[in-house]
Each structure stands twice: as structure tokens, then as C-alpha cells.
Design a protein around this ligand. Structure first.
Ligand SMILES: [Zn+2]
Length: 330
């Protein structure tokens, strides 16, 4: 933890300022082991292995903990090298461009192992804070500790330990895996300063009937319950189907016979991921099978979220015919 993070922190219980009570271990300028206290209510929060801990997995509700643990395992087993990833990330943040990050204080709701956090930092953000509930914060911290403008915090998106101090907040692929996606979104939005902006990317309900009717029961009843290394192996089978279809059918037909391709099942998305390699496709399939909680959000419902924040200039973009990108100014 870098000491300047204290300026952004606030007690998740009472909103009071957070102070550094004492630090017992530093590494260069990084605080590795310490105790933080709330000026107002005296609650204490630990910094362990360089990460401030505002939520501990053993204290949070069961379903949140399961989601966090499952994704934590995933994020430590899929490595992050990927030249397409920056492009994919910007696809989720539409209409935001990378220049948008410049000099902003940014909050990421659900940072996993810190891929987006790293991109935002490299694109010139003044400070980027990535929060996650899961053990993936350990990987995120290791991946980003040498970047002077990145901060990783273990926290619950429903009880964010921050002041309303951010110029921009974003969350991609996370809100729909929380027990109450709208509430998580509103919680994130509440940390954005007036005049700031927020982006969110969520699974759409539209066009996803087959996932909702076919994949969800398998996910809920079976794949989210089995152990992760087994699912990692098992999920190679459906990945093979997706991989062959996208590479041998969707990609070529979209190049040579667009009108025909358009009539194919789930064409926009399968054509889109036809550019991805095996590992990335495996990651996507695994993602759809591992989460104990997943919601599919209709446009109507998504619009209500934005109305409730009172955001202005809201843009909602249909992404790959299966998900929603939202952007608005607070
Ligand atoms: Zn407090």
C-alpha cells in the first residue's frame, strides 16, 4: 500500500477518515504490514502483504464468498499476456477511449488480477484504485506494485472504503456476478465526484435465452459446485466446440458470406471471439460455468440503474448483440 492512498480512503462503517496507526514492515516506499484506524469510530483495518483489508472472506456472506473464491482461483490460473486485451477492454468501455484516463483518479469495481487496472495506469491515470473481494488481489498486487499510480484494496463493492473522490469509476464483467447488481452499481457511482463519469459492462438478457435456459441450470446445479481444477479440465470440452465453430465456421463465413453468417446462431459474438486464442476462449467458457451467481440484465433494467444515479449524457451501447455497455456523467 502506498501512503498516498490514505487520502482516498474512508471507513466503510462510518465514513470517517482513515489514518495509519503504525506500520511494522515497509518495502521501499510500499507499506507491507500495518494497522489502519478510523479517526471517528476507532475501527481497525489491517494491511497484510501490502494490501489494505477492508473485507475478509471468512466474514462475508456465503454466496459473495463463493463467487469471489471461484474467480480468485480463475484469475490466478489464467495468465494475462494478450495483445487483443486492451482492445477488448476498450470495447467494454465504449464510448470511452484510452485518452480519457489521462490525469484522472480512477476506481475499478472488481479488479480481479489487475489487468484493467494496469491498462488504466499505463494510459496516464493519475491514480487507479482496484478493489476486489477475492484472493485475486494477491496477484493484482504483485502485478502492479511497481506502478507508482496503482493501488489494490481488498474490499466489498457494497461497502466501499472510499471518499467520494473519483473522477471516473468503471466495472466490467463484475456487477452481474454480485448478489444485487443494481445496488453494486449504485455503490460504485456513489464514490464518483460531481462532474465525474462512470462506465459499466454487464451481460444482457436479450439474445441470451439459450444461456439462461441451457447453461445456467448446469452452472447453478453442477459446474459452480465442483472443484476448480476439475472444472478447468472439463471446460476444455465445450471450449473445443466453441473454438472450432468460431475459427472454422463463423470467422470464414463472416469474411466471405456475410448475409449467410448473419443468420447463424449468436453470430456477432462468436465472430468476435473468433479472433481469440485457445486460452482466451477457455477463459470465457470457464467464466460462464464457474460463477455461483450470474444475472442477465435487460436494457430496460439497465436504463433504470442510470436513472437512479441521476447520471447525465447517458449512452447505452449494445455490445456483440449479447451485453450492455453503459456510460454516464454524474
Ligand atoms: Zn469508522
Amino acid at each position: 500500500m502506498k501512503e498516498k492512498l490514505l487520502d482516498l480512503l474512508a471507513c466503510p462503517s462510518c465514513g470517517g477518515d482513515i489514518l495509519l496507526a503504525y506500520a511494522s514492515k515497509y518495502l521501499d516506499k510500499e507499506i507491507i504490514e500495518a494497522v489502519l484506524t478510523c479517526r471517528k469510530c476507532d475501527r481497525e483495518y489491517k494491511v497484510e502483504r501490502g494490501i489494505p483489508r477492508f473485507a475478509a472472506l471468512d466474514k462475508i456472506e456465503q454466496d459473495k464468498a463463493e463467487t469471489a473464491e471461484n474467480f480468485g482461483w480463475q484469475w490466478t490460473h489464467f495468465t494475462q499476456e494478450n495483445k487483443l486485451y486492451a482492445q477488448q477492454f476498450l470495447g467494454w468501455l465504449q464510448p470511452v477511449k484510452k485518452e480519457f484516463f489521462k490525469d484522472k483518479i480512477v476506481l475499478e469495481g472488481g479488479c480481479g488480477k489487475g489487468r484493467h487496472t494496469t491498462l488504466a495506469a499505463n494510459w496516464g491515470a493519475k491514480e487507479v484504485v482496484g478493489i476486489d473481494l477475492s484472493a485475486a488481489v494477491e496477484t493484482a498486487f504483485q502485478a502492479t506494485k511497481d506502478l507508482p499510480n496503482v493501488h489494490i484494496v481488498q474490499a466489498d463493492i457494497f461497502k466501499l472504503p472510499f471518499k467520494r473522490a473519483f473522477d471516473y469509476a468503471f466495472s466490467v464483467g463484475v456487477l452481474h456476478h454480485t448478489p444485487d447488481p443494481k445496488k453494486a452499481f449504485l455503490s460504485l457511482a456513489s464514490k464518483v465526484k460531481k462532474g465525474g463519469a462512470i462506465s459499466a459492462w454487464v451481460y444482457g438478457e436479450e439474445n441470451n435465452d439459450w444461456i439462461i435456459n441451457l447453461v445456467n441450470p448446469i452452472r447453478k446445479g453442477f459446474t459452480s459446485k465442483i472443484n476448480q481444477p476439475t472444472l478447468y479440465q472439463l471446460s476444455k470440452l465445450p471450449t473445443l466446440g466453441v473454438f472450432l465453430a468460431s475459427k472454422l465456421i463463423y470467422k470464414p463465413l463472416n469474411k466471405t458470406a456475410k448475409p449467410l453468417a448473419k443468420r447463424l446462431f449468436y453470430n456477432d459474438y462468436l465472430n468476435h471471439i473468433g479472433d481469440f486464442n485457445w486460452r482466451e476462449q477457455h477463459n470465457i467458457v470457464f467464466d460462464h460455468l464457474v460463477a455461483p451467481t450470474a444475472f442477465y440484465i435487460s436494457r430496460e433494467e439497465f436504463e433504470k440503474w442510470w436513472q437512479e444515479t441521476g447520471a447525465k449524457d447517458v449512452e447505452i451501447i449494445w455490445h456483440n448483440q449479447n451485453s450492455w455497455c453503459g456510460f454516464g456523467r454524474i
